[in-house]
Design a binder for this molecule. Structure first.
Ligand SMILES: Cc1cc2nc3c(=O)[nH]c(=O)nc-3n(C[C@H](O)[C@H](O)[C@H](O)COP(=O)(O)OP(=O)(O)OC[C@H]3O[C@@H](n4cnc5c(N)ncnc54)[C@H](O)[C@@H]3O)c2cc1C
Length: 297
């Protein structure tokens, strides 16, 4: 099947810096996606909303795939007797913020704690997006998609090794997610969503060009501690390398100037990591995904 691809295409990310894709495509079906995997021999990267992604300045080879045409919602598909949940089947390219608004309006609870997180559904599941108000893993019932060797797969919730900001779903394209949501009063869900959004606005530079938290919160002496607080205490707030700076609002956010470079962001990430290691003796692990030409997809 001949899916159209665009050559030397920009890769839209929230950072707004970095290189281009040798090929870019928007498959509209599983068949089209599998044809692309076949044609590019598995050298396929999936772009979600680009909200946790930095692309190296040299760009990437193979094909970058966006699932912007795979966003349909079907459901309820399973009335789950005795569990009190409604299951929706949603295309992985769906916008998470839009889905949150729609489910809140429909009186289906479970996603409202993820307000203010920019993502596609597939990207949110892959990263197990979340925070103080919950994480997406708690409403995932099943995930379907295709592996990078073109094999369809399905994993039920219990088979997915979800953890803090990870799902273990690597080397796959997630195309569809079943969400188990709980019927609730829409007004109560809306109030909760407003509370969550207000907390996010007060603590994060939502309007700047960033990818959210760069580092995971590390575990120190058995306890999860805030990476932002460690970075701040290491004197990194406001630190700048070229076009990249550590946000003055939230020290775990790095922001990029318009027209800046991925190289500056990467250098600043390294500098911050070194300072935190020197001052606190803690090695920070990156949450941000970085795509480089030399790396395997
Ligand atoms: C202002 C701001 C605030 C943020 N706040 C939070 C927060 O509170 N909590 C939080 O967890 N995150 C937060 N983030 C980070 C980001 O929103 C999440 O990591 C989100 O899950 C990224 O989803 P995405 O669709 O943009 O994925 P992308 O950034 O496009 O991709 C991230 C990774 O997921 C993979 N991926 C994407 N779609 C699929 C798919 N369909 N199948 C397989 N792999 C896929 C990509 O290949 C890549 O490896 C924030 C980001 C910003 C910019």
């Amino acid at each position: 099947m001949g899916v159209e691809t665009v050559r030397d295409a920009p890769i839209p990310t929230w950072f707004g810096v970095g290189g281009r894709a040798d090929h870019f495509a928007e498959p509209a079906s599983m068949d089209e996606l599998r044809a692309l995997i076949d044609r590019f021999e598995g050298c396929v990267r999936v772009l979600g909303d680009g909200a946790n992604l930095l692309v190296d300045d040299a760009g990437v080879g193979g094909v970058v795939v966006s699932l912007a045409k795979m966003t349909g919602v079907t459901g309820p598909i399973e009335p789950v007797e005795g569990e009190g949940v409604v299951v929706l089947r949603v295309g992985a390219g769906a916008s998470l913020p839009r889905l949150i608004i729609e489910t809140v309006r429909a009186g289906l609870g479970g996603l409202e704690g993820l307000g203010g997180i920019p993502a596609t559904l597939g990207g949110a599941v892959r990263m197990n997006a979340g925070g103080a108000f919950g994480e997406i893993a708690s409403v995932v019932r099943a995930v379907r998609g295709v592996t990078l060797v073109g094999e369809p797969f399905e994993r039920r919730r219990g088979e997915i090794p979800f953890g803090y900001r990870r799902s273990g779903l690597a080397q796959v394209v997630i195309t569809e997610v079943d969400l188990a949501l709980t019927p609730a009063d829409p007004a109560r869900l809306r109030d909760r969503l407003k509370e969550v959004m207000a907390a996010k606005k007060a603590s994060q530079p939502l309007a700047e060009r960033s990818a959210g938290c760069v580092f995971k919160n590390p575990t120190v002496s058995g306890e999860r501690v805030s990476a932002g607080r460690l970075i701040d205490a290491a004197g990194c707030k406001g630190l700048r390398i070229g076009s990249a700076s550590v946000s003055a609002v939230h020290a775990n956010f790095i922001t990029a100037d318009r027209g800046g470079s991925a190289r500056d962001v990467l250098a600043l990430i390294e500098r911050v990591g070194e300072r935190v290691a020197e001052v606190h003796g803690v090695t920070l692990e990156r949450e941000l995904v970085v795509w480089g030409r030399e790396d395997a997809p």
